[in-house]
Design a protein around this ligand. Structure first.
Ligand SMILES: C[S@@+](CC[C@H](N)C(=O)[O-])C[C@H]1O[C@@H](n2cnc3c(N)ncnc32)[C@H](O)[C@@H]1O
Length: 207
């Protein structure tokens, strides 16, 4: 899966990975320390300044955070999930925060499948994405559509707007069985002030 590059790593207040309070809750709910081996976390589309930094105090000291991101200079270990060699150990938790908008449905479905195959049996994929529904979401869709049309005059730019319903459907199709909405993991739900926009939806998916 080598499509979808085009994001920006500018600090993104609306993403759960930008806030220590959200990351601490994610760690409490999805990272169980193991006495025999380090916990392994895959941050797809992440940056070294994102989840790994915000979770510095909450993560077990020996936790390993692997970043797959094609953007230069973000501290990634691999460009794409498909670049991770087959023999590399599986992950207990994977994240895909703010990445779906760069991918059309078919490559996104392929990416969900790639991530599922990288998870350990008990593992969870957390998906967080700007919600294109609701009043703010619809305004954001218009703004991004205008922005991409203008930017495409010199550099092809395209956004794909996936709803929470689309994400749930694709996750099921990619083989995830346990799917749960987690609106409580957003900075908005944790009353970060001023409220970050656009609001995100968060979904947890297990195999
Ligand atoms: C809006 S940023 C989100 C950064 C961070 N995950 C967060 O939530 O704040 C989107 C990132 O997704 C990355 N990206 C886009 N397509 C990707 C793909 N197919 N695989 C991995 N990362 C991708 C971009 O390079 C960009 O850094």
């Amino acid at each position: 899966m080598r499509v979808g590059f085009g994001g920006g790593s500018a600090f993104n207040r609306a993403s759960p990975s930008s806030h220590a309070c959200c990351v601490a809750r994610i760690v409490a709910d999805y990272v169980t320390p193991c006495p025999f081996r380090p916990v392994r976390i895959l941050d797809v589309g992440g940056t070294a300044r994102g989840f790994a930094a915000a979770g510095a105090d909450a993560l077990p000291a020996d936790a390993v955070v692997v970043i797959a991101n094609p953007e230069q200079g973000v501290g990634a270990d691999y460009a794409y999930v498909s670049d991770i060699p087959a023999g590399v150990e599986g992950f207990d938790l994977a994240m895909l925060f703010g990445v779906m908008m760069y991918l059309p449905p078919e490559p996104l479905l392929g990416l969900f499948g790639d991530i599922r195959r990288r998870l350990r049996g008990h593992g969870t994929l957390l998906v967080a994405e700007p919600d294109p529904e609701g009043v703010i979401g619809r305004v954001e869709v218009v703004a991004k559509t205008v922005y991409s049309a203008v930017k495409s005059l010199w550099s092809p730019t395209e956004f794909h707007f996936h709803t929470a319903g689309d994400a749930r459907r694709m996750l099921r199709e990619a083989g995830f069985a346990r799917i749960e909405d987690r609106p409580d993991l957003t900075p908005n739900a944790m009353e970060v002030w001023p409220p970050p926009i656009p609001p995100y939806f968060v979904i947890a998916a297990g195999v």
